[in-house]
Design a protein around this ligand. Sequence first.
Ligand SMILES: C[S@@+](CC[C@H](N)C(=O)[O-])C[C@H]1O[C@@H](n2cnc3c(N)ncnc32)[C@H](O)[C@@H]1O
Length: 243
Amino acid sequence: MTDWTSGYVAGIDYTHDFHSQLTPALLGFGAMSQGHRHGLEGNGITYCELGCGQGFSANLLAAANPHIDFHAMDFSPSHIAGARELAQEATLENMHFHERSFGDFGTAPGLPETFDIIALHGVFSWVSEENRQYITRFISQRLRPGGLVYVSYNTQPGWAAAMPLRRLLASRAEQGSGPLTDRIGDAMAFAHQLGATGAAYFGKNPAAAKRLDHMKSMPANYLAHEYFNKDWTPFYFEDLAGE
Ligand SMILES: C[S@@+](CC[C@H](N)C(=O)[O-])C[C@H]1O[C@@H](n2cnc3c(N)ncnc32)[C@H](O)[C@@H]1O
């Protein structure tokens, strides 16, 4: 872990996935189903994705929604380089990537004054409190009045049983040395070893044992970003809503 990332994992890129939850039509439908007007049908709609990772979702959505102007940001240089390359190859004129951190994104050149949609998937639970404050400040300054925010997060009580497992893995990897992928492998082996010796935690929390077993099939670049950041906060809904 390095300082410029404020405890977020560095040196290992995230996976290339499409997250359909980010789809503008779906977000509009969600708002409409709750009786809210969203005004997303017309032209000149602006969409912002915070912490876009590899940018695969943003690129695909930009290609499918040429009437929407997409901006997406991430502080990882390799994520943004790959995302820009894909946008270029697909000749997407409505897709703009920004290599920025949450703290300084507001000053990025070429940003629209306000956005109709601000979305973040797989970010809010995985960053520090300071970075969450940058995110909420950006939203409060840049969301169009009546605009729409989508935020996903890890919830309580769903994650309660697995919290000690996550802590064990992250602490073990932080104390180790060498490349992160090796430390992840070592932390996973250590947790399995504990399970095999009959640690009461796994016996009393079968959901945690099942999760650990399931994690065996997951690639290191997914595990790194999900389980090995310094910060990780599973929220009760009312706390998330409060922030
Ligand atoms: C778990 S990944 C999710 C990526 C993408 N939203 C997805 O779901 O595929 C979280 C992303 O947030 C980015 N990130 C973490 N802290 C950040 C910060 N302070 N500023 C900008 N991006 C950050 C990481 O580089 C990573 O790409």
